[in-house]
Ligand binder design. Structure first.
Ligand code: HEC
Length: 312
């Protein structure tokens, strides 16, 4: 082995294996184990050192055993090691050995009698990779059959449920460490002073141009009345602000520039303006929203036809 695979191939391979195995088996969270635990690089350095030591010892042993050879054997050895070695040659020999395949030189032994206009047929074995795969499928099928149909390990339904529970656990763990994670399913109305103040700041920076500082509406609709074009309530507002208004109406998807938690705050702030009745407020648009109604998710089509009739 040592003779055929040069050290500059052997060593990186050996090291990559060690590295991959440590990273795979050591649970180090999102940081590589190599960086997280100082002991890991120390062990790696130790292994590299061991590897070099072994190399040196083997080299020394080689030269010692060479010196112990008789003069005659030394000459033989020199001739042997001067012969070029081709890996493919050995590989081929080995492949022929483990399969029923006959090399091309022996083709006349396995040629069948029939001859169709010069097209002849050989009774040769299949290539080893093919037979290997074939046997592997048989072994796989046997194990599968015994495990799932005889022993009844678990069904696909159970596997699905199990995978889902695992995924839910992972999501829960992720949610714990991702404070900025907010979506339309999770969003709740914020009422704390501080959150509303932040919401107001976001509103002042981004929204007053079209909705006015008092929410009475300019290019955009009045946000202080109980009528909503795209549905009221925190969930609908969160969705509208995140995804934008209907195409062509001029309200962009704010999720491009605001974080989900910021959208939650500004939506809560907007809802805190309910009933403030600014003097210059625009006339109500859309439908009166009742909070206890099942949150509707307006589809563009439905809403569009609504306004078309209203605008007429
Ligand atoms: C460029 C002008 C513009 C800006 C800036 C803007 N909006 Fe709008 N907004 C609109 C328009 C126009 C509509 C109506 C959309 C529609 O009819 O589909 C709208 C609709 C809304 C609605 C839904 C109203 C309803 O009746 O359903 C909410 C809520 C809203 N905007 C909040 C915001 C918030 C919060 C911001 C700031 C982050 C903001 N808007 C910034 C123009 C704007």
């Amino acid at each position: 082995m040592r003779k055929y695979i040069p050290v500059y191939v052997r060593f990186p391979f050996f090291y990559a294996m060690v590295f991959a195995l440590t990273e795979y088996f050591i649970d180090s969270g999102d940081r590589p184990a190599f960086l997280k635990y100082p002991i890991v690089p120390i062990i790696h350095v130790f292994l590299i050192f061991m590897f070099i030591t072994v190399e040196v010892i083997m080299k020394a042993l080689d030269s010692v055993s060479y010196h112990l050879l008789s003069e005659e054997d030394k000459v033989k050895f020199d001739i042997e090691s001067a012969k070029p070695f081709t890996q493919t040659e050995t590989f081929k020999k080995w492949m022929f050995k483990i399969s029923a395949l006959k090399p091309i030189e022996q083709e006349k032994d396995i040629q069948l009698d029939h001859d169709y206009d010069g097209i002849k047929e050989l009774d040769n074995g299949l290539p080893p990779w093919f037979t290997g795969l074939f046997y592997a499928t048989i072994v796989f099928a046997l194990v599968y059959l015994v495990r799932f149909h005889i022993v009844g390990d678990y069904t696909q339904d159970q596997e699905y449920v199990l995978d889902n529970t695992l995924a839910e656990k992972e999501i829960a763990a992720y949610n714990k460490t991702a404070p900025d994670l907010m979506n339309v399913d999770k969003v709740t109305l914020l009422t704390e002073e501080a959150a509303l103040a932040e919401g107001k700041a976001i509103f002042t920076t981004n929204c007053v141009l079209c909705h006015k500082a008092n929410g009475g509406g300019a290019i955009g609709p009045n946000l202080t009345d109980t009528s909503w074009i795209l549905g009221g309530g925190i969930k609908n507002l969160f969705k509208t602000i995140s995804e934008g208004g209907r195409p062509g109406k001029g309200m962009v998807a704010w999720k491009e520039s605001l974080k989900p938690t910021e959208i939650q705050k500004v939506a809560s702030y907007v809802l805190s303006l309910q009933g403030t009745k600014p003097a210059d407020g625009k006339a109500p648009e859309g439908e009166v929203w009742e909070e206890n109604r099942v949150a509707k998710t307006p589809t563009a089509d439905v809403v569009l036809t609504d306004t078309v009739t209203k605008n007429k």
